[in-house]
Write a protein that binds this ligand. Structure first.
Ligand code: PGA
Length: 249
């Protein structure tokens, strides 16, 4: 069976002192978690958080990575730089990157490749906007995202990959997808992976749900057969709230 994975996405929040305090409070609260626990933190918090999670069950993640080895890409971070800081996971293609920073399926594809080259574990985000859902295009949008973002990857590449289904209309809005909507979309994603790649890959691949997931709705979402975890924004900024999600069992 697939091990559930709950990842916090701090986005552009937490100064070093705040990050340190949050993690210290979080560590004892999640020490018995039955799922994999990850914190995807701002680049500037990586060293602080790495120290604070040493010897615990919390894993370290970043929120973006560039595709080039190095070079004139002002403001970007390479996979080698993340690897050097012992980062394990990296979010790629978050809808906020797509919306505000012109991220496309093509650049997502390149970023995943760079992450894999350095043995980082990409958490690849896909999901439809409200407009797309309301005009009945959800499956078409997800299909295109899967095909274009995952183009060229081999079976072994999927061993290190996690997908996150994040309907854009549910992110930071307090408007969660119902557990049925989330399950249905994730089932579609898994089925597309099966057809495009293989049954084995589809069966093993962990697919998270993301979008206003919290202590109040996590149980119902995680009870769904297809949902293998969560990508948590808002609720990951408080140790107690994030622990409520992580300890959903
Ligand atoms: P949210 O964010 O939990 O605040 O909706 C989720 C995400 O953006 O990954």
């Amino acid at each position: 069976m697939r091990t559930p994975i709950i990842a916090g996405n701090w986005k552009m929040n937490k100064l070093n002192k705040e990050a340190d305090a949050l993690v210290k409070e979080l560590v004892p609260l999640v020490k018995d978690a039955e799922c994999e626990v990850v914190l995807c933190v701002p680049f500037t918090d990586i060293v602080t958080v790495r120290k604070a999670i040493r010897g615990t069950n919390i894993r370290l993640g970043a929120q973006n990575v560039h595709w080039a080895e190095s070079g004139a890409f002002t403001g970007e971070i390479s996979a080698a730089m993340l690897k050097e800081l012992k980062v394990e996971y990296v979010i790629i293609g978050h809808s906020e990157r797509r919306q505000y920073f012109n991220e496309t399926n093509e650049t997502v594809n390149k970023r995943i490749q760079a992450a894999l080259n350095y043995k980082l574990k990409p958490i690849v985000c896909i999901g439809e906007t409200l407009e797309e859902r309301e005009s009945g295009q959800t499956e078409q949008v997800l299909y295109t995202q899967i095909i274009e973002c995952l183009r060229g990857f081999k079976s072994w590449d999927f061993d290190r990959m996690v997908l996150a289904y994040e309907p854009v209309w549910a992110i930071g809005t307090g408007k969660t997808a119902t557990s049925e909507q989330a399950n249905e979309a994730i089932a579609f994603i898994r089925d597309t992976i099966r057809k495009r790649f293989s049954l084995k890959i589809a069966y093993k691949l962990r697919i998270q749900y993301g979008g206003s997931m919290n202590g109040g709705n996590v149980k119902e979402l995680m009870a769904m057969e297809e949902i293998d975890g969560g990508l948590i924004g808002g609720a990951s900024l408080s140790p107690a709230k994030f622990a409520d999600v992580v300890n959903y069992k």
